[in-house]
Write a protein that binds this ligand. Structure first.
Ligand code: ADP
Ligand code: MG
Length: 449
């Protein structure tokens, strides 16, 4: 990452946000009211009964439940503490590199696999117990560890989970569930500056009054939606966002509507979009090191959508937003659609942005996810060369000509920053036939397995 770029964006944000914060004088009465509303409500009997009480749902999938279950384990006995710590250290080992990975491995072996250690995984039985005791530098592999992890889950699902459900930690969980049920309105947030403008209204920064958490709020103007027939897409965007759960897509935190607007409250990304980074910051284009990093994040985001049978259809650097730390996420699912199971779609009106649309969209043929991989190829090309494969930067050209080039011309790599692996990758994404395209080849292969 280039610190200079980020500093600039960071500084702008800091100045703007400080001005807002200063403009907001908090009085003591307001503070008292906030404290009162922070007191968690008593859970109602009926709400407890309706709750999904499965271990997976309560202790793994729901962040509040996961956190409270973890706290419960750490406050119980050494055996439970070990069962809580082992998966954490395992995931640390999985993601660590080089020296840190070696260190994580040594720690796991010493802490959890030695019978004399107080964190020894003494709850394991049968095969898993044998594997654990015999684990050493030599046979320390993914498969063995996964087996121990599964056995740990099985253990936690039993007695520890039952005890948790009778503990004050679970009562606290029910309180949070009750709290979650309150109706969200604009009173829940402070509204800050405008971050950007979209087709149906502005996007502004908001802060949850009682936690201080910052978000971006996309306010869709209902009368404008109605005039331009955008209601269907707005609703679809909301429905898809509700299902999304990925570190590489802008996730939805809340949604609400008032008389005039439909509001989508999402992860705040205040590092600007990738288009801005390509064209406006320093030398045009993005350095290879960062480009690879962004491409990996974008690809993971696209794969997440595809795993839910959603095609994004608007992949382009402008829609990739960066946060303050330089991590990126896909945003603007306004054109995304859910694919009918096992069927292709085709639309009379081409969906997408000129320069990024795949041949099959331009020819109004049927397609599924292939169009996203084409657009990713165009976007990688653009990150390197600061122009599109079939359209030069600021070139005044008719859409028909871009269409013709897309369908007929071979992609040329004239920019000095193209190296062989990058050219190879882009060419694979820019195969004109869907079936030969990278991403699509993998997907159709997976279908057969
Ligand atoms: P539209 O679908 O109407 O194009 P977008 O979702 O693209 O609307 O949002 C419009 C603009 O608002 C974006 O170009 C971006 O500058 C800003 N924006 C959108 N989402 C966020 C976010 N999560 N964080 C920060 N800025 C955002
Ligand atoms: Mg947009």
């Amino acid at each position: 990452m280039e610190p200079a770029d980020d500093d600039l964006v960071g500084l702008d944000n800091l100045v703007a946000n400080t001005a807002y914060l200063r403009a907001q004088q908090v009085d003591y009465d307001e503070l008292r009211k906030r404290r009162v509303s922070l007191t968690l409500p008593k859970p109602k009997n009926s709400s407890g009964l309706l709750l999904d009480r499965k271990y997976e749902s309560v202790c793994e999938q729901q962040p509040i439940g996961r956190k409270l279950f973890q706290e419960f384990l750490l406050a119980s006995n050494p055996q439970y503490v070990a069962a809580a710590e082992f998966p954490e250290e395992l995931s640390h080992w999985r993601f660590a590199e080089d020296e840190a990975r070696e260190k994580a491995k040594r720690s796991i072996l010493a802490k959890f696999c030695q019978p004399e250690s107080k964190s020894f995984l003494s709850y394991l039985t049968g095969e898993a117990a044998e594997i654990c005791k015999n684990l050493s530098n030599k046979n320390f592999d993914e498969e063995a560890l996964e087996q121990i992890k599964e056995a740990t889950r099985d253990f936690l699902r039993g007695k520890p989970f039952l005890e948790f459900m009778k503990s004050p930690f679970f009562y606290r969980f029910l309180q949070w569930k009750e709290y979650e049920k309150q109706k969200i309105t604009n009173k829940y947030f402070y509204e800050f500056r405008t971050l950007g403008k979209g087709g149906f209204g502005e996007v502004c920064a908001v802060q949850v009054k009682y936690t201080g958490q910052m978000y971006a709020c996309k306010k869709l103007d209902k009368s404008r939606l109605k005039k331009k027939g955008g209601e269907r897409f707005a609703l679809l965007e909301k429905q898809i966002l509700e299902k999304v759960n990925s570190l590489f897509i802008v996730n939805l935190a809340y949604s609400y509507n008032d008389k005039t607007h439909l509001c989508l409250v999402m992860d705040l990304m205040n590092g600007g979009d990738l288009k801005f980074h390509i064209y406006e910051l320093g030398e045009r284009g993005i350095r290879m090191e960062r480009l690879i990093y962004y491409t990996a994040q974008i690809t993971t985001g696209i794969l997440h959508l595809h795993s839910m049978d959603v095609v994004y259809r608007d992949m382009k650097p402008e829609n990739v937003l960066l946060d303050a730390k330089g991590q990126c996420r896909l945003s603007d699912l306004g054109l995304a659609v859910e694919l009918p199971k096992g069927r292709t779609i085709c639309q009379k009106v081409s969906a997408g942005t000129t320069g990024y649309m795949a041949p099959e969209i331009l020819k109004q043929e049927n397609y599924r996810i292939s169009v996203d991989w084409w657009a990713l190829g165009c976007s990688i090309y653009e990150m390197v060369a600061a122009r599109l494969p079939f359209k030069d930067f600021r070139e005044k050209v008719h859409n028909e000509e871009v269409t013709r080039r897309t369908l007929e011309d071979e992609c040329k790599f004239e920019h000095k920053n193209f190296d062989d692996p990058t050219k190879d990758l882009i060419s694979r994404f820019l195969r004109k036939k869907q079936l030969h395209r990278l991403g699509n080849v993998i997907a159709s292969h997976c279908d057969c397995v």
